[in-house]
Structure formats: C-alpha cells, structure tokens
Design a protein around this ligand. Structure first.
Ligand code: DI6
Ligand code: FE
Length: 400
C-alpha cells in the first residue's frame, strides 16, 4: 500500500467528533497520499504493506489539525498605535470612532495603499500566523467602504491564497461601518445592489459579514444585507452584540449564519436562537483584551445550549492587533474560562465549522486535507499554558 509520507510514533489529537475529548490516539501513525489524509490511527492498525518514500518518526510528539484562524481583518493599510495610546490615556473606542477615527482611520489608509503594499504587509502578518501552525485563515474586506476598494481588498485576499502555502477563505464585510460623507440608504443600496452581486458573480467572497452595533449598522439594515447575500447564494456571519445587546446573535441565527462573532452582550434569547440554527459562536478574546472589556461572552449558557465554540485572532489594527492564535487560546482559557479541549477544538474543528469547511479541514480524519501541526510538547495543555512560547515543530499544508 503506497503513501507519499508516513509519520509514526505520533500522539494524534484528531478532534474527530465521534471520538471523546480531543480524540487523542497514542502510539499513532498518520499517512498522506495526494495531499489528503489516507490513514490516521494506532500504529498497530497501519497496514503491514504500508510504504512511503518518506517515513518520519515523531518520538511521541503531538500532532493536531493545522490551526484555523476563522476571523481576521488582516488586509489593511496603515496602523493605529496612536489611537491605542489615546485609549491607554482614557479615551474609549466608541468615542474615537464617532470622532472619525477607528475604522474610518484605517479606511483612509487602505484606500490610499497600493495593492503591492497591502500584499506585502498582509503577507508579513500571515507569516506570523503560519509560524504558529496556522494552515487556513479567513480574511475580511471592510476597510474600503466603496465598491472599488472593497473588491480590491477581496482580490488581494484571493491573491494571497494563490501565492502562499495557506488556505484563504474570504468574507465581504462592506457593512463594517458607514463611510464618511455618505447617505446611509445610498451606501446600503450600493452593498445590496452592487457589491454583493459582483462579489458573488466574480467569486471574490465566500461569505458576507456585517457589524451590528450602535456605532455601525442596525438589525434592520443588516437584515437587508443578509437578504441580498441569501439571494446571491452567499452564507452569512455577523459581528454581533460586541459592545451592546443589539439582538445580533438572534439576527444571525434567523439567517442560519455560519457564525456569530464577539457575543460579549448576547442574552439567553440569542444563545437559544444560535443553538436552534447551529450557528457557531466565534469568541474573540483579543478584542475583549484590547478594549478592556469587563463583560465576558455567555460561555456557560453557550456551552449548556450546545452552541459550538470557535476562537480567532480578529486581527485588525484597532481592537485586536493580534498575530498569535496561541495567545488567543491562552486568553480564552484564562479570561473566558474555556477548557484546554475547548480551546484546541476552537482553533481547529469548530473554526472549520464556522467557515463552513468542516467537510474538508479541521480534524485528522481520512479524506480531509493533510493540513497538520506538529508540536514539541508532551501534553496538549502546553499549547495553552505558555505565553510567548511557540512549540511548533513542523507545519504541513496539503501533505507537504
Ligand atoms: N469589531 C471590531 O472589533 C473590529 N471591527 C468590528 O466590527 C474593529 C475594527 C477596527 O477598529 O478597525
Ligand atoms: Fe472582527
């Protein structure tokens, strides 16, 4: 039986849903063929006739699915450290945004940035994530806020997915905030009548997102955006209940959203609606940390309701200039009370689910992409325990 590569003496954290916990298999083997997992199980069950030109003994090291960062705004121009200093001196995010800073500050920088600049700066940030074993990243638009720049951002994201050894999933977030000097109704018509149809027709976006918040768009406005997304066959996700309970989680669930993200202010009704719809909760402790939030998402209620929990960096220049998914796992455990198992699942299986890609990535199961992370640790908890240590031993993308 011929494979391309076989890893032996591994400890596999399969995250296979039918296995308990993280689906750990000790003294395991994993074999790949044509970029796909062809065997993942006890070495004793590997066929005796298994052959491969390359066979690696891992000496018991941990192997997880490649990490998945399912919520980023990683393509953008400029940076906002000056705003960060203002916030350290007592200014708050919402008042900076209302004064024309915040997202709009990055919109001005992104509109002025050449494609090459956006590519170079995003590549540098993506490399930091890949250095920690990330094999798939979701990239949102949302700093263009006009048709040409929103589409340009999505094209840059697609180009990054072609140029780098990395899976890239794109999301149109034109409904991020109202662009300056623009009529609300006119901009929403531009989103629903031009941006979504073109992003769909040109296959630039895999989903549509929005920011449902008092400093951005109302539930009624987001509903119109989601109706247009549905009309053009695009799934939706939502920045929901981040700074206030605007009913975002329930609105996301109403449209069977892939995910509702942030959720610091989500109430019981929103949790129940998400559970009914199968909408994934994407928790973003990086933004919680940078905004000095005091109210954590309703993790216990989400857990009781069986809502899947995913984690992501939310990498963006304003509320989460975060380039470490391992740090996010630690923050989620320490600040939000997630278990080690929940944090590892949150950046693998559940992150894949939040992207609608669980059939292809997110677990170590036969037939899935051979996206793997090999760790120089004895226990999975060591991935969450350290701050500032990167124990990645090897990153495998598509079996290579
Ligand atoms: N919520 C956030 O935390 C980011 N966007 C959003 O909808 C903030 C983006 C920024 O401040 O640039
Ligand atoms: Fe975000």
């Amino acid at each position: 039986m011929r494979f391309d590569r076989i890893w032996r003496h591994a400890t596999l954290a399969t995250l296979a849903p039918q296995r308990p916990g993280m689906g750990l298999i000790e003294s395991a083997a994993l074999a790949v063929a044509n970029g796909r997992i062809a065997f993942a199980g006890p070495m004793s069950e590997l066929p005796a006739a298994a052959r491969a030109p390359e066979q690696i003994d891992l000496g018991g090291r941990l192997v997880t699915p490649g990490l998945i960062d399912c919520h980023t705004h990683i393509v953008f121009g400029g940076e906002r450290s000056a705003e960060f200093e203002l916030r350290l001196a007592g200014a708050d995010y919402a008042s900076i945004a209302r004064a024309g800073g915040g997202i709009l500050s990055t919109v001005r920088a992104t509109r002025a940035a050449a494609d090459e600049t956006l590519l170079i700066t995003a590549t540098e940030r993506l490399q930091a994530l890949m250095d920690e074993g990330v094999t798939t990243v979701e990239i949102k638009s949302g700093y263009g806020l006009d048709v040409p720049t929103e589409l340009r951002m999505l094209r840059v994201a697609r180009f990054l997915g072609r140029r780098l050894p990395l899976g890239v999933v794109t999301t149109l977030l034109a409904a991020h905030t109202l662009p300056p000097d623009t009529d609300r109704a006119a901009y929403l018509s531009e989103i629903t009548g031009e941006l979504i149809p073109r992003a769909s027709a040109e296959r630039l976006a895999d989903a549509v997102d929005g920011f449902c918040e008092h400093i951005a768009f109302t539930a009624t406005e987001i509903r119109a955006v989601f109706q247009a997304a549905r009309a053009h066959g695009l799934p939706v996700k939502l920045h929901a209940d981040q700074l206030s309970d605007g009913g975002g989680a329930a609105l996301a669930a109403e449209f069977d959203a892939l995910s509702a993200d942030h959720l610091e202010w989500t109430g019981e009704a929103g949790v129940a609606a998400m559970a009914r719809a199968g909408t994934v909760a994407v928790l973003l402790p990086g933004a919680f940390h940078y905004l000095r939030e005091r109210r954590i998402p309703p993790v216990a209620a989400l857990r009781r309701a069986g809502v899947p929990l995913a984690l992501a960096t939310d990498c963006n220049p304003g509320t989460a200039p975060v380039l470490s998914l391992l740090t996010v796992m630690n923050l989620a455990a320490v600040q939000f009370g997630l278990s080690v198992e929940e944090t590892v699942a949150g950046v693998t299986r559940e992150a894949a689910r939040a992207l609608g890609r669980l059939s292809d990535i997110g677990t170590l199961e036969v037939g899935k992409r051979a996206d793997l992370a090999i760790w120089n640790v004895d226990r999975p908890a060591e991935l969450v325990y350290w701050l500032g240590r990167n124990p990645l031993q090897g990153r495998i993308w598509g079996g290579r």
